[in-house]
Every structure is written in structure tokens, then in C-alpha cells.
Design a protein around this ligand. Structure first.
Ligand code: DAH
Length: 335
């Protein structure tokens, strides 16, 4: 055994630096040790053979490591942060291209800009939330079938990547309550990523963007809401638009509406072609109460809709999947 120990370090050191590490197995003393098994005293033969085999396995492992190391060192290291090619010792400028903002982010900024100029505060929505903000605070009773309409993901711990930006309503209402009671209406938009467990196709994505609006005062009306939305769409598309609404059910508004615009001729629309752009309505008294706002004194309206749809109409984009595709051919059109 001692003879193995005295050889071990020598061979391991040799493997660590050898250019052909497998050669080390041919070391004369190692071969002698293997040959000596048969001449050993029978009482120690088995134990010696076993120890020698383990030693050989250890050497094999080290050899494999060293071989892998040698193979990798053939690859010259590339500094990906360098603006020139130093790979082959020459300093050669790489062709560079200016990056640009993603079209969705640029358009989202325009949307927010319009609303902030109308007096709305803008708050980014969360990307991880809980059942209370997704449903409970929005007047979705437990086990209510309307919950199923939101194809909601859940983490193992029970958290929710929000399926709509309405998750921010309760927070906006609570944060604005004090000022509201001092006479300043609540006026805020919340924007951000939302997630749904949907089959992906040209008009459905698992990840998309929404913008939500909340307004509360002592005398907010549906008429004010329609005026605000009409103004928003006309500013965004830089033209006058016809609008219409139809009743819709959302537990957090009463009445609830779908809001549509007539597809502008300049954007390829024919008269009478209506596009549903968002959901909206007068905030349900239960939603106000949940945030500690007295629904007998205050009233409000809210709306929420997707950003992609707005942008697709503006630029005639036919497939929603382009946005998350990272395809340069698509992105360059907006650079
Ligand atoms: N959260 C709804 C959805 O994603 C949209 C919506 C409808 C938002 C009505 C609202 C609203 O604020 O009042 O389908």
C-alpha cells in the first residue's frame, strides 16, 4: 500500500502538466505494481489488488479531466466586450450597428406620455402578485366562474404572474384615498407585462402588455370616461375617430363595457369596421369599499386594454408573435 502512496503524488503531478496525459499510465513502477499482485502474500492479495484498481481509476479520472482541459485550451478566448477583434492578434474593428428601442417599449412610452399629459400619474405594474390583487380585491367571489376567463398561471407557492394590470387597482385606490378625501381626484394609469396560459397564435401570446386607468372623484361619470378614452385614441392615432360601446361583464365594474373604435380609413379600415380596443366601466362599489373608499361619496371609472393591439393597428402588423420573437428583420423596420 505504501508503494501506491509514494507513487500517487508523482503520477498526479505528471498528469497535471503532461501534453499526452495517458502516457503516464505507462510508468514503469505502476506496471511493476500490477505485476506484483500475483506474487503477493495471499492474505493481502485481494486488498492490494482492490487498492491498486482504485488508484488506477483515480488516475483515469484525472487523465480525462486533463484531456478536456487540453481540448478547451485550443479555443482562444474571445473578449465579447471588446469593440475590435483581438482573436488573432490583430486589432480589427468589428462592424457595429446602433441598437434601437423595442417598438413595443417605444409605443408604450407614447401611451404613457398621452395619459400623463392628461393628468394621470403612471405606475408600472408588478410581474408577480397574489390572488387578492388578481381577483379578491376586484370583486371576484371565491370559485366564481369569471376567474376561469383569465387563464391564470400560478407558482407552486401560490403566487400569480398577473393576467391583467387590474391587479394594480386596489393599490392605486388605497394610495390615493387620503388625497381623495382632501379633495384631489385619483387619476392613475398602470402599465406592464401580463401573462396568460394561452395557446400561442397570431393573435394570442402568453406574455403581453396592458395599460390600465383608474379615475375616482366625487362626480366621475361614464361620459367623462368615454371622453377621456376618445381623446386618448385620437391623440395616439393622430386623427378623429368614431367610437362605440357595448355592454360586457367584468366583476369589478358596473356597468361594464367594451369600447370600440371605427378602424380609420388611413389605416386600411372600411366604414362600419369596428375594433374592440379595451374593457371599461364604472368601478364597482365593492372595489371602492375594499380599498376603504366610501362608495356613497365617491365614484370612479376604470379601463384596461392591450398595448400590442394598439401598435398592430397603427403599423399594420399582422402577427402578434413578432413582438416577442427578437427577429432583427422585424425590429429593424422600427429602428
Ligand atoms: N382587466 C380586463 C381584462 O384584462 C380589462 C378591463 C375591463 C379592465 C374593464 C378594466 C375594466 O379596468 O374596467 O380583460
Amino acid at each position: 500500500m505504501e508503494s501506491i502512496d509514494t507513487l500517487r503524488q508523482e503520477l498526479l503531478d505528471a498528469i497535471a502538466v503532461h501534453e499526452s496525459p495517458r502516457e503516464v499510465l505507462k510508468h514503469a513502477r505502476l506496471r511493476e505494481l500490477f505485476l506484483s499482485i500475483s506474487t503477493r502474500d495471499p492474505s493481502e492479495r485481494a486488498a492490494f489488488g482492490k487498492a491498486l484498481n482504485e488508484f488506477k481509476n483515480e488516475l483515469e479520472t484525472r487523465i480525462a479531466d486533463r484531456e478536456a482541459e487540453l481540448e478547451n485550451s485550443d479555443v482562444e478566448s474571445i473578449d465579447v466586450t471588446a469593440p475590435w477583434d483581438i482573436t488573432h492578434g490583430q486589432v480589427e474593428l468589428l462592424p457595429t450597428e446602433q441598437g434601437s428601442r423595442h417598438p413595443l417599449m417605444r409605443e408604450l412610452e407614447r401611451v404613457i406620455d398621452i395619459f400623463t399629459r392628461m393628468g394621470f400619474e403612471a405606475i408600472e405594474s408588478r410581474q408577480i402578485d397574489d390572488d387578492f390583487h388578481m381577483f379578491g380585491s376586484l370583486n371576484f367571489p371565491e370559485d366564481h366562474p369569471a376567474r376561469d376567463g383569465y387563464d391564470t398561471f400560478r407558482t407552486e407557492e401560490g403566487f400569480i404572474p398577473p393576467a391583467h394590470t387590474s391587479t394594480m387597482q386596489h393599490r392605486i385606490l388605497k394610495a390615493g384615498k387620503e388625497k381623495l378625501e382632501a379633495g384631489t381626484p385619483i387619476a392613475a394609469v398602470s402599465y406592464g407585462r401580463v401573462f396568460r396560459n394561452e395557446d400561442v397564435d397570431a393573435t394570442h401570446e402568453h406574455t403581453f402588455y396592458q395599460c390600465e386607468g383608474v379615475y375616482v372623484s366625487t362626480e366621475a361619470t361614464l361620459g367623462e370616461m368615454l371622453g377621456t378614452l376618445k381623446r386618448f385614441f385620437e391623440t395616439y392615432y393622430s386623427q378623429q375617430l368614431k367610437i362605440k360601446t357595448q355592454p360586457a361583464y367584468f366583476p369589478f365594474v358596473e356597468p361594464g363595457l367594451e369600447f370600440a373604435i371605427e378602424k380609420p380609413a388611413a389605416l386600411g379600415g372600411a366604414p362600419g369596421e369596428w375594433l374592440e380596443m379595451l374593457g371599461c366601466g364604472m368601478i364597482h362599489p365593492n372595489v371602492l369599499s375594499a380599498a376603504g373608499i366610501d362608495p356613497t361619496k365617491y365614484r370612479g371609472f376604470a379601463w384596461g386594454g392591450g398595448i400590442e393591439r394598439l401598435v398592430m393597428l397603427k403599423y399594420g402588423i399582422e402577427d402578434l408573435r413578432h413582438f416577442e420573437s427578437a427577429k432583427l428583420s422585424f425590429l429593424r423596420k422600427f429602428a
